[in-house]
Design a protein around this ligand. Structure first.
Ligand code: NDP
Length: 433
């Protein structure tokens, strides 16, 4: 804490991981201590911070902070998204980058961990202003990334539009056409199914995890938070699997639709109009809109937090347990606080941590990198089948790892151990570096 002051989210992520690695650490204590393995793994290999100046439509100049944390390259080039949100600071990017190391390892693909972003707020900006910002951001970032070095992707506030502007600027500055970013448009190297991948992957994992516990997902109800990329495609796949989704939310309010969320309408509001959820109830008159937060009070079998970090608190966890919720599977990164996670696990709620449950996005990004390298595009069905297979493997790997160390059913421990073992092994093999 003294070494990294004012980074509470980073401390929270490190504590969760290191606590759950205790059995592995105890078994290898001498070796890890001698090689300072834990000290090295919590320290980013490189932190890049920079000024991002841009000019708005009125001719006024602005300055934002830009970040790229290249956390760990033991098993592959740095890989992780770029977050554009006013809440972004170094501690948040470090927490996300740290989590990314283990998530990427869990996918079984050769990708290291990184994360970046800016405190720029894309809300209310014109397309031209977004382009100006993205070009300025990439002007500096382009010096530090590359198809075999560091391959950023989307995250909160960074979708296909932003990735397109950044890719265009990278190409212009470096004069190379390479897969330096993932989440690209389909006409210039993007992968089919990448847009859907995180939400779909969340449901593939949830389905498999329930199956492992003898439960059929079909016929269940779910509460979902968020109304962005992850939430929309989680809702879509849930419905395809026979789950009725009752809620969604954005940063100002939430919707309860007793007839099940209308995904086509949600996509129109969020992806096309970029509007608020108040629009939803103008069309679906049976649904309710409420200001603030509150999706967790609606009774459902499954809870899928898909908005942002620390959005499911202890009191929400108590409400979920009282409502008889069977499983909480995290679509967002670290949406459940530590106390809430512990409460859910103590009350036998199946709990799948984000680093496993939302790994479908980065896994499909790695598949986009493969397609770019071989200059080929796979069909939607091919990519989706690979994604499903990866999510099923992750489910079994975290289950097996938990069992191996006597923590059967604790998927937080299982995911952290399964992700950590490969990275630790690679770091030890590569010497003190
Ligand atoms: P989007 O920007 O598409 O959507 C985010 C959603 O969460 C929006 O509905 C947004 O509401 C809401 N939200 C954002 N910040 C807050 C906040 N502070 N309080 C309440 N609601 C908030 O992002 P994504 O769907 O891509 O990402 C969601 C989560 O999933 C993040 O934690 C991200 O790191 C994680 N994730 C995303 C992946 C991806 O492939 N996209 C991959 C793996 C993880 P509003 O529109 O009002 O801001």
């Amino acid at each position: 804490v003294a070494k990294n002051p004012n980074e509470p989210e980073f401390h929270q992520a490190v504590k969760e991981v290191l606590d759950s690695l205790r059995p592995v650490i105890d078994a290898n204590e001498e070796k890890y201590r001698k090689e300072a393995l834990l000290e090295r793994i919590v320290e980013p290999e490189r932190v890049i911070m920079f000024r991002v100046p841009w000019v708005d439509d009125q001719g006024q100049a602005h300055v934002n902070k830009g970040y790229r944390v290249q956390f760990n390259s033991a098993i592959g080039p740095y890989k992780g998204g770029l977050r554009l949100h006013p809440s972004v600071n170094l501690g948040i990017i470090k927490f996300l980058g740290f989590e990314q190391i283990f998530k990427n390892s869990l996918t079984g693909l050769p990708i290291g961990g990184g994360k970046g972003g800016s405190d720029f707020d894309p809300k209310g900006k014109s397309d031209r202003e977004i382009m100006k910002f993205c070009q300025s951001f990439m002007t500096e970032l382009s010096k530090h990334i590359g198809a075999d070095t560091d391959v950023p992707a989307g995250d909160i506030g960074t979708g296909a539009r932003e990735i397109g502007y950044m890719f265009g600027q990278y190409k212009r500055l470096r004069n190379v056409y390479e897969g330096v970013l993932t989440g690209k448009g389909l006409t210039y190297g993007g992968s089919l199914a990448r847009t859907e991948a995180t939400g779909y992957g969340l449901l593939y994992l949830t389905q498999e995890l329930l199956k492992l516990n003898g439960i059929d997902i079909a016929g269940k109800t779910a509460v979902v938070s968020g109304a962005g990329n992850v939430a929309i495609y989680a809702i879509q796949k849930a419905q395809q699997l026979g789950v009725k989704v009752l809620t969604c939310s954005d940063s100002t309010g939430w919707v309860y639709d007793p007839d099940g969320i209308d995904v086509a309408l949600l996509k129109e509001i969020k992806e096309v109009k970029r509007a608020r959820l108040t629009e939803y109830v103008k069309v679906r008159t049976n649904a309710e809109y409420h200001e603030g937060r509150g999706v967790w009070q609606i009774k459902a079998d499954l809870a899928l937090p898909c908005a942002t970090q620390n959005e499911l608190h202890l009191e929400d966890a108590k409400q979920l347990v009282a409502n008889g919720t069977i499983a909480v599977c995290e679509g967002a990164n670290m949406p459940t606080t530590l106390e809430a996670t512990q409460y859910l696990q103590a009350n036998n709620v199946i709990f799948a941590p984000g680093k496993a449950a939302n790994a479908g996005g980065v896994a499909t990004s790695a598949l986009e990198m493969s397609q770019n390298s071989e200059r080929l595009s796979w069909t939607f069905e091919e990519v989706d089948a690979k994604l499903k297979n990866i999510m099923i493997n992750i489910t079994h790997n975290m289950d097996d790892a938990a069992k191996r160390y006597g923590f059967e059913g604790n998927y937080v421990v299982g995911a952290n151990i399964a992700g950590f073992e490969k990275v630790a092994d690679a770091m030890l093999a590569q010497g003190i570096c």
